[in-house]
Design a protein around this ligand. Sequence first.
Ligand SMILES: C[S@@+](CC[C@H](N)C(=O)[O-])C[C@H]1O[C@@H](n2cnc3c(N)ncnc32)[C@H](O)[C@@H]1O
Length: 347
Amino acid sequence: MGRMLISRDTARYAEIDAAKVRSGRFLTRRGDWLAEPVLEFLRTCGATEFVDPFAGEGHLFTQLAAAGFDLPTVGYDIAPEGAQVANDSLRSIPAHPTAAIVTNPPYLARHSASRKGVLRGLRRYYTAGGHADLYQVAIRRALDSAPCVIAIVPETFLHANVLRERLTRAVVIGAQVFDDTTTPVCVACFGPDPRDLADIDVFLDDHRLGSMADLDALRRVAYGDADIRFNAATGRIALQAVDGVTPGLRIGFLPRSKRDYDAAGIKHSSRLVTFLDVPGVKSSAQVARLCELANDRIATLRTGIGELALSPFKGNDNTGARRRRLDYRQARAVLSQARLDLALEDD
Ligand SMILES: C[S@@+](CC[C@H](N)C(=O)[O-])C[C@H]1O[C@@H](n2cnc3c(N)ncnc32)[C@H](O)[C@@H]1O
């Protein structure tokens, strides 16, 4: 066990299981990842065997068999169990020219490995291909080994802009998939041939929300007006920048006076709640209306694929819905549009 500093202000540390973090040994004990679009891809990919290069205890094979797939399996692991074969699959995976690789590889961003003090021994994997996270190294190796790859990876893969050449569909899994980490995931399905971004389908569980091109367009939000000041100690607008643990507390704007707890108790530089000013919006009535207009725009953004343009934040709320975060660039764009809406109303 090691320790990692999580707050300099309060000198709080978290216990780190260095061996578990280094090997990413978070096992997939339930089959929630087998959403219908994943099953459909598995049925049509033409594989003659399943290979898991990061097989752990072989749970994915058990879940595939339970879902009715009856193909031979090959499992590799750096610490093999039973019939598995020892292999460093972050270095290379033996060729399997007719297989579907089905895997949940280790996840570990290089900066996290460094922060958690486990970079030694892993550095070579990141530097070999210039990848920012071990799951990306794993996808690269898998694509080099087999024509089809089905990988359970962090949902942030949707925003990473990497390894998309052969991506066919990405399926965000709404449920929390693991017992021992809240990491939100998607299942990335790759085929043998390159695709245009407009032909990559993006699903939330069983529902197709749009294409990767649609998602990219929503993520490339305009910069918004530079005069809107965040982290303003006396700002008259409060931004709840993340969804709360209870569903009542959602991302949104509120006049500061309506923030339901003492605003003085909130650090104005908090990442979760911030105060801001929108120049030109003078009366309290205008502030209130601006907040309503901005919240309408957020509600519209959050229907359909726009929901996935917001980054996931710390897993799911207590009803099981994914919590998300509105970053300052997105917030600035929403407020700028709302200020225009307000000006049109006032004309
Ligand atoms: C996230 S777990 C997934 C296990 C299994 N696929 C599942 O979903 O239950 C990742 C697995 O990769 C293995 N692993 C870590 N580094 C590896 C490497 N370089 N080569 C092969 N396996 C590795 C770990 O031992 C662990 O069993």
